[in-house]
Design a protein around this ligand. Structure first.
Ligand code: AMP
Length: 305
């Protein structure tokens, strides 16, 4: 079953207590596609890079079986670059640099064959571009959208419109608070869902994630890890696991959404174990399912005696 992914393909500079990397393959669409591809085929990536995009990174995406028909190389520009520094608690980070480069003129054109993709993942990019994607897709079953504080403060109007048109919004707790001006997450969730999304997922870093729907709140734990090396891309890997797993299900109901949230959490938990996409490149579907089972055991609550 098909998943369409639109987002950034980037070079990232990352500073974390465990070390630093100057320039590694990253970007929202990269993480979403790689994570999603463990569950589904085809995964169709629409994104753009510049003349400095290296052949080995092209190979990396191709070797994972990601469909690159909608992937463009702009020979006049450099690839999007982002640099961040994580604080000691690893839950917070400062953005040190954002160079839009090729993204300044990016116009996502969805190839005809991609327009019928079952699930559309709008990775973290300018909401104006996310809206252009929504205008082009037709037969999808579900739209899933991510954003970040950069756009909440910088492109509010377009973001509000995007949010009003998607089925699932996935954001972190800090972003939910910024979006609503409300501190209590339950109230944030009601306010955001009133804007349009039927389902809202609020990620809380090492404290797991909440899924808000019409009748319920589902609380997913985070997988306890003793060494978190690099949280970059955890949110995107979450989205990839969530959408990839869900793309094969007939029904998008509460139970399947909960399973998808756990698969998303599993992918995020692998992602953070090494810098960049390194860990996602090592694991297998077997490892993923084993960790899913470990997740289930984490929160079995015995009945009252
Ligand atoms: P996450 O850690 O899941 O929030 O995603 C991190 C990824 O988002 C990095 O690989 C960055 O390249 C990418 N990123 C950071 N800022 C932006 C932005 N303003 N627009 C698009 N992608 C971004």
């Amino acid at each position: 079953m098909s998943v369409l992914v639109v987002g950034s393909v980037a070079y990232d500079g990352i500073e974390a207590p465990a070390g630093k990397v100057e320039r590694t393959l990253g970007g929202s669409a990269t993480y979403i596609s790689v994570a999603s591809r463990f569950f589904t085929n085809p995964v169709r990536l629409v994104g753009t890079v510049g003349y400095d995009f290296e052949e080995r990174d092209h190979h990396f995406l191709r070797d994972r079986g990601i469909d690159l028909e909608g992937f463009r190389v702009d020979e006049d520009q450099r690839t999007f670059f982002w640099k961040g520094r994580y604080h000691d608690d690893m839950n917070t980070r400062d953005t040190l640099d954002t160079q839009l480069n090729v993204f300044e003129h990016f116009n996502p054109v969805i190839p005809e064959v991609y327009k019928g993709s079952r699930i559309v993942c709008l990775g973290n990019i300018d909401p104006v571009l996310q809206l252009r994607v929504l205008d082009q897709v037709t037969q999808h079953k579900l739209t899933v959208c991510d954003t970040m504080n950069f756009w909440i403060s910088g492109a509010r109007e377009a973001l509000e419109e995007t949010i009003s048109r998607v089925d699932v919004l996935i954001i972190n707790d800090e972003e939910a608070r910024e979006l609503t001006g409300e501190t209590n997450l339950l109230k944030c969730a009601s306010m955001i869902r009133a804007k349009g999304p039927k389902f809202l997922i609020i990620k809380k870093g090492e404290h797991g994630a909440h899924l808000y729907s019409d009748n319920a709140v589902f609380s997913a734990p985070a997988y306890p890890l003793s060494d978190i090396v690099d949280p970059t891309g955890a949110g995107d890997s979450f989205m990839g696991g969530f959408a990839g797993w869900l793309s094969y299900r007939d029904r998008i109901d509460e139970e399947n959404l909960r399973r998808a949230v756990i698969y998303g959490s599993v992918m995020a938990s692998f992602c953070v174990e090494k810098f960049g996409t390194q860990r996602l490149a090592e694991i297998s579907r077997f490892d993923i399912d084993r960790r899913y089972d470990a997740f289930r055991k984490l929160s079995v609550i015995p009945a009252r005696s």
